[in-house]
Design a protein around this ligand. Sequence first.
Ligand SMILES: [Zn+2]
Length: 86
Amino acid sequence: MICPRCKTENGNRTVCSKCGYFLYRAANQNVAKRTGVERALDDAKTAGKGVWKIVRIVWIIIVLIVMSFWIIALLMYLTGGNVILG
Ligand SMILES: [Zn+2]
């Protein structure tokens, strides 16, 4: 275990032999693993949000295409099919 304060190698000691810094917090691997999992979950959440953002944009585009199709169809019906040709 390398001391995070003075970078001295302390082997399996829980207290730094040079500066007296407590190393048991850094030696606890569960803390690092838990933060890693939490970080991965946060990444998955942000990725999921990104996918939903794309789905929402695609959905808006589809709705706009369908709506414009219906508006053109309605105008063609009202004007006898001369909207696109003028
Ligand atoms: Zn130290």
